[in-house]
Design a protein around this ligand. Sequence first.
Ligand SMILES: NC(=O)c1ccc[n+]([C@@H]2O[C@H](COP(=O)([O-])OP(=O)(O)OC[C@H]3O[C@@H](n4cnc5c(N)ncnc54)[C@H](OP(=O)(O)O)[C@@H]3O)[C@@H](O)[C@H]2O)c1
Length: 272
Amino acid sequence: MTISIPNIGLGTFRLKDQVVIDSVRTGIEVGYRHIDTAQIYGNEAEVGQAIAESAEHGTARDELFVTTKIWIDNLAHDKLIPSLKESLRKLRLEQLDLTLIHWPSPNDAIPVADYMAALAEAKAAGLTKLIGVSNFTNAQLTQAIAAVGAAEIATQQVEIHPFLQNRKVVEFARSHGIHITAYMPLAYGKVMQEPVIARIAERHQVNPAQIALAWALQQGFAVIPSSTKRANLESNLKLQGIVLSAEDMAQIAGLERNERLANPDGLAPVWD
Ligand SMILES: NC(=O)c1ccc[n+]([C@@H]2O[C@H](COP(=O)([O-])OP(=O)(O)OC[C@H]3O[C@@H](n4cnc5c(N)ncnc54)[C@H](OP(=O)(O)O)[C@@H]3O)[C@@H](O)[C@H]2O)c1
């Protein structure tokens, strides 16, 4: 059976302690069924708590799609699987739905083939249903495909919003049939200040965040916006029926300005 990634997920980067518990609990309550965390976010235990509490309130674990990401310190072959077992323990889960390599090994110190093999072993051992990558250059994705095969790579999660459309990365992944997840789809709130998006939103009688998310969905990407507010969580999920015209899509395409928000020193590869 092919397992697919729900096209709208809930991001949890930066959210800690009670804030993340509340965001995930409210998110599940209003209808999110896909949750995105990572080892480095330091919130897997709280996400796990919110999932457990939601189960007590009627949303069973098997209705949810949960993603975590392996941090760069855990890419060595002898560390990856133990680190994923630790993530499962914190999340109070028996199996992840999706496990990503969060960032490629800085300077490719650990070869892509090594950690992709370890990730494939984690899947074979039943620790995760799907595996994938994040923040990979096209060269690194080529190596990942050589290591495990394109069909094994469920998604490439990359920064995509109207100001960084990442077209080379999207086209390359697509040419291998690899799905794309758009992270920071609201440009961490910046799309709300963009007049072109505001005008399109007004025409469709929705808000600017919904336009940015609909723009990504319309290209076939999954989106994982985060929010700490119930009203935003709700409206970010209400995207059915928003159909952007070719003219709307062209106007948003024109907002590309290579504005990369996630570009950590010492971690980011030389981007395509
Ligand atoms: N793989 C990676 O390396 C990577 C890197 C970065 C992020 N990610 C993932 O992508 C997720 C999303 O990225 P992000 O959280 O950095 O940024 P984002 O989702 O683009 O933006 C979140 C910001 O937008 C605001 N917001 C959300 N909905 C809104 C709405 N409807 N109206 C107005 N403001 C709204 C939120 O504020 P309020 O709380 O006030 O709503 C928050 O400040 C992360 O949480 C994480 O899971 C992955």
